[in-house]
Every structure is written in structure tokens, then in C-alpha cells.
Design a protein around this ligand. Structure first.
Ligand SMILES: [Mg+2]
Length: 364
């Protein structure tokens, strides 16, 4: 494109700027950059009649409409590498920060109910556990796995759920913002959508919007991931034993909340077990597995027998290598396989080896 551009590169000895008219062949990008420079508040703006840009030419058919208001130059000039392919405003994209998560690491995204003590009071959640609320959490997690086939497993307890993404996951180019926002909004959407299937609409309609926060943590090894899930399951057990004892004292023993707290302070697991059995005839071992162990939601490709198992330790050594890049076809194939897999919810031990050894694909 041939353009007439008035430039100001010549300064006379008496410090007067002498306008020089030159003819340039400008590319689209160069033209856009020239426009950006022209609009910079640090330089004088030449008369618009001498400058024609690709953008203005593109919209020349709109000449019948009134001329747009003269834009005041922004106080912050655009960065020098601004790309302005579509509009003069597009350079603002260069301010975006992609925040990719570390490559070749497992990603765990944990969502957690926000102000759920208030939310549970508003909706009369039963104490110490409400099977309706927990099954709703599990159902929302299961739908989240359906929506995001990259996730092989999730573990939930109370108002939290942890979702695992594999080491080689490339979903959203591992951008933290996109992963977190997609996961938490998908989960919350399903939580609201499925509410009437778990709480009777007559007895407990949804009276307030639930919300969850979410964080992403990268773990470099299988061992770290196993320990993470073990930590959450131990936490589930400790909290549930405490809550079972606390609410037995309050609801069955007629003890005030503060007194119940006092009574349980400094006690060990065996003391709480003894208290439950001797005073309320509750054998903690007989409590629901969902309450004691939490919920494991995972893709089930069938159990792998011992002789088919992969050498876990040996493979872990390979995590220091350059991450394997899968072809598009390979990725599509895996996605299809993941979508077809049955998603199951179980309340089982994930601290010991057995669960993981029988399902090696969960930590691939
Ligand atoms: Mg919580």
C-alpha cells in the first residue's frame, strides 16, 4: 500500500522542527504502529488528512455517518510491540498475563465452599453429616469430570473437592486462570443445577447462591500426589470423628456447644471412640463410609491385576526427562477413551497402595 506520511525527523539548527513529507510502502503492522506512534501523547499529531491507515480505509464505507469524536490520547502509551491488527484498542491484550502452571507436574485444583457454615445453616444441613449435601457435592464433582475429560480423579469431603490433572495435561495450555475459573464455575453450575435432585424443592429450596473458591497447586511426583490425597483423607477422618462426638454431646447429650468443645479439647481418637460408645452406644466403625472416608470420584477403566501393574518407582525416575509431547491424534484418542469411561463414586481408602496400584492410569 502506498501512503503519504508526514514525519518529523528533521530538526534545524535553530531547534525548529521541519515537517518532511515522504512516501512509504507500509505493511499493515507498520501502518498500525505508525498510528500508535501518531497517537502517542509524547509526539505531535500530524493532520489526519495526510495519513491513511489500513483501519481507516477498511471503514471508509461508513463515511456517511458523523465523524467520531476526537479521542483524547491515553495517559499510558501502548507498549512498543503492540499488535493492532483489528483495532487500535487491541494492544490492550498485551497486558494479559497467561500464568502457565509449571510443566511436567501434576496439578491439583481444590475447591472449597465459601461461607458454608452460613450456607449450611440457611439450608438446615443435618449434623454432623447431611447425606443430601454430600451426595450433591459428589454429583457435581462427577459432572465436572464428565465436562473435563482430562481429570482422572477427584476426592471430596465436607464442602471441598480436589481435582487432579495429569503431569502431561495441556488443557488451556496449563493457564492457571483458565483452569481455575473453568473448574470452579463448572462445579458451582452443576451444584446449583442439581440441587432440586438432592434437596426436596418443597422442604429445602435453594435460598442463597453457593460459591466456592479454588486454588491450583503443582506437585512434581506421584509420591507427592499420593501424600496430598492421604492428607485430605486423614483430615476427613479426624474432622468427622470430632464432629460425630461433638454433635452426639450436643444433640443426644443435651450439652451446650461451648461445654462440648471444652469436653473434647485435648482428647485423642481413642477417647472420642470411647465417649461415643460408652455414653451414646455409637460404634464409630459402623458409621457410613462416606462420612469416615470421604468420596473418591474417578474414571473406571477396570481393575488392573497384580501381574499387569506398572513399575511405579522406576517410572517416577522419568519425571525429570523432557515431557512427552503427544500428537493431536493421540490426544483425541485419549479424550474419546476418557469420555467413554464410566465415572464412579466410591468411599474407599486412598492412603494405602491398593487403590492406586489397581488403577495405574490415575497417576499417569
Ligand atoms: Mg471448607
Amino acid at each position: 500500500m502506498t501512503l503519504m506520511v508526514r514525519c518529523y525527523p528533521v530538526i534545524s539548527r535553530s531547534c525548529h522542527i521541519l515537517p518532511v513529507t515522504r512516501t512509504h510502502v507500509m505493511t499493515r503492522t507498520a501502518t498500525a504502529t505508525a498510528t500508535a506512534i501518531r497517537r502517542s501523547p509524547t509526539r505531535p499529531a500530524p493532520p489526519s488528512s495526510t495519513t491513511t491507515t489500513t483501519t481507516t480505509k477498511k471503514h471508509s464505507h461508513q463515511q456517511s455517518s458523523p465523524p467520531p469524536k476526537q479521542q483524547q490520547p491515553s495517559s499510558t502509551p501502548p507498549p512498543p510491540n503492540a499488535q493492532m491488527a483489528n483495532s487500535k484498542y487491541e494492544y490492550t491484550r498485551t497486558f494479559e498475563t497467561p500464568h502457565p502452571l509449571l510443566p511436567n507436574t501434576y496439578i491439583i485444583l481444590r475447591i472449597d465452599g465459601r461461607s458454608f457454615s452460613t450456607f449450611s445453616q440457611t439450608h438446615n444441613f443435618r449434623k454432623p453429616n447431611d447425606p443430601r449435601a454430600l451426595s450433591l457435592m459428589n454429583a457435581a464433582a462427577s459432572r465436572t469430570l464428565q465436562a473435563l475429560p482430562d481429570i482422572p480423579i477427584a476426592y471430596g469431603v465436607s464442602d471441598e473437592f480436589s481435582f487432579l490433572l495429569p503431569r502431561r495435561c495441556t488443557l488451556f495450555d496449563r493457564r492457571e486462570d483458565k483452569l481455575i475459573s473453568t473448574l470452579v464455575s463448572t462445579f458451582t453450575g452443576w451444584y446449583v443445577f442439581l440441587w432440586p435432585r438432592h434437596f426436596s424443592p418443597e422442604e429445602e429450596p435453594l435460598r442463597a447462591p453457593p460459591s466456592f473458591d479454588c486454588r491450583a497447586v503443582c506437585y512434581p511426583s506421584r509420591g507427592n500426589v499420593r501424600d496430598y490425597f492421604a492428607w485430605r483423607q486423614v483430615d476427613a477422618h479426624v474432622n468427622n470423628l470430632y464432629n460425630t462426638a461433638f454433635w452426639a454431646l450436643v444433640l443426644k447429650g443435651g450439652v451446650g456447644r461451648r461445654e462440648a468443645e471444652e469436653e473434647l479439647r485435648g482428647t485423642f481418637a481413642r477417647d472420642k471412640n470411647e465417649l461415643l460408645f460408652s455414653r451414646f452406644g455409637i460404634n464409630y466403625n459402623d458409621e457410613e463410609a462416606m462420612y469416615k472416608k470421604g468420596s473418591v470420584v474417578f474414571r473406571d477403566y477396570g481393575v488392573v491385576e497384580e501381574d499387569q501393574e506398572k513399575g511405579g518407582e522406576e517410572e517416577e525416575e522419568e519425571t525429570t526427562a523432557v515431557p512427552e509431547v503427544k500428537s493431536k491424534t493421540q490426544k483425541e484418542k485419549e479424550k474419546k477413551r476418557a469420555k467413554k469411561a464410566k465415572i464412579v463414586t466410591e468411599h474407599v481408602d486412598i492412603i494405602n497402595d491398593e487403590f492406586w496400584e489397581k488403577r495405574p492410569w490415575l497417576l499417569e
